[in-house]
Write a protein that binds this ligand. Structure first.
Ligand SMILES: [Zn+2]
Ligand SMILES: [Zn+2]
Length: 370
């Protein structure tokens, strides 16, 4: 009998349904992943509400962790993994040939056509259909990128390779953060907290995190994970506080990872020290930034860096840190959800469930519904 998998299928804006889909055989170049966990991030919420353009129907889920169930002989040789190995899978499935890929920016590759091509974004109509990780099984393409992960790390912790990888790329790799740097993180969500962990691991001197009044618990966690100071921007004058905390110097690195509001982007210029690097990674639904004083970039010689996704070196750094057990990254993990609860999980992350808050959550296909 042909094998099938349960999968959550997005059929439109705010429309998810559980389906049973066929699992094809693997060829020489591909593999089948048994999904252990799939992390949920802000992009899932944007995909759910239709801000990220994807073709429907589609199986979402771009932060997969799992075990190789079947693998083609050539894929096994090229990736250096075999049946039974645990792997973390990167979201993009690059073409390997386009200008972006050739210049080392495979994370923005559009060479496979149809916009974003990656796990969680390729429609069901493109064989074999099961491209996303909101499922028991997911297809691994010849160009999928996998990283080995030690099997003894709990799945909910191991799957944090994704936010932590973002922390390393956005707060360390892109702004070249090192010892002596004052790092200011705007936004205490999972990416902000991951930025704190990464900046601390990179030897940053002072780490400051900003948040809103409702973020009290997240700011406390930021301090636990390595932040020296936190600022509630609704009750404190953040510009004054940053000046005070840095002896008038300002931040050498500003990492903007807040969601939706463009206000922190304009504020970042005020917090920055001369010659500072400002990394913009939080998306704002393509809204313009009011009160953006570009002269501050000129007179302070600031460097503005855009960050879209994560690349292999930062995933490697994240995986090594997770496997080392040196940092209690699992403190960020708040929820495991069954596949059936995918919609609740995404809406909770988007802040749409009154009275409940999540930081890092994941879908665990082997869990039964709540
Ligand atoms: Zn994500
Ligand atoms: Zn490409």
């Amino acid at each position: 009998m042909a094998m099938t998998t349960r999968a959550i299928v997005q059929t439109g804006v705010r429309a998810l349904e559980l389906r049973e889909l066929p699992v094809p055989d693997v060829d020489h170049e591909s593999a089948l992943l048994r999904v252990e966990a799939c992390g949920i991030c802000g992009s899932d919420a944007e995909q759910y509400v239709g801000t990220i353009p994807v073709q429907y129907p589609v199986v979402p889920g771009h932060e997969p962790l799992g075990v190789i169930e079947r693998i083609g002989d050539r894929a096994a040789r090229r990736w250096g993994v075999d049946v039974g190995d645990r792997v973390a899978v990167e979201a993009p499935i690059p073409c390997g040939h386009c200008a972006a890929c050739r210049t080392g920016r495979y994370n923005v590759c559009r060479g496979r056509g149809g916009g974003l091509f990656g796990h969680g974004y390729v429609p069901l109509s493109r064989p074999p259909g099961i491209w996303g990780a909101y499922a028991d099984f997911m297809h691994l393409d010849a160009f999928s990128i996998v990283h080995r992960m030690r099997p003894d790390v709990p799945a909910a912790t191991a799957v944090m390779f994704n936010p932590l990888g973002a922390g390393f790329r956005w707060a360390v790799e892109l702004p070249a953060t090192g010892p002596g740097d004052v790092v200011l993180v705007l936004g205490p969500g999972q990416r902000g907290l991951a930025s704190v962990i990464a900046a601390r691991a990179a030897g940053a001197d002072t780490i400051i995190v900003t948040g809103l009044a409702r973020d009290t618990a997240k700011l406390a966690l930021a301090r636990e994970l390595g932040a020296d100071h936190t600022i509630d921007v609704e009750h404190e004058d953040a510009r004054v506080r940053v000046r005070e905390l840095t002896g008038g110097h300002g931040a050498d690195v500003v990492v903007e990872v807040s969601a939706n509001s463009p206000v922190p982007v304009a504020e970042a210029l005020h917090y920055a020290a001369f010659g500072a690097r400002i990394v913009l990674a939080g998306v704002k639904g393509f809204k313009a930034v009011p009160e953006f004083v570009s002269d501050l970039i000129v007179v302070k010689e600031l460097h503005l860096l855009g960050a879209f996704g994560v690349t292999s070196p930062s995933y490697q750094a994240a995986i090594r840190l997770i496997e080392s057990g040196r940092v209690p990254v699992e403190r960020m993990h708040t929820h495991d959800f069954a596949l059936e609860d995918a919609e609740h999980a995404v809406r909770l992350l988007a802040g749409e469930i009154p009275g409940e808050q999540s930081i890092h959550s994941c879908l665990v296909p082997s869990l039964r519904p709540r």
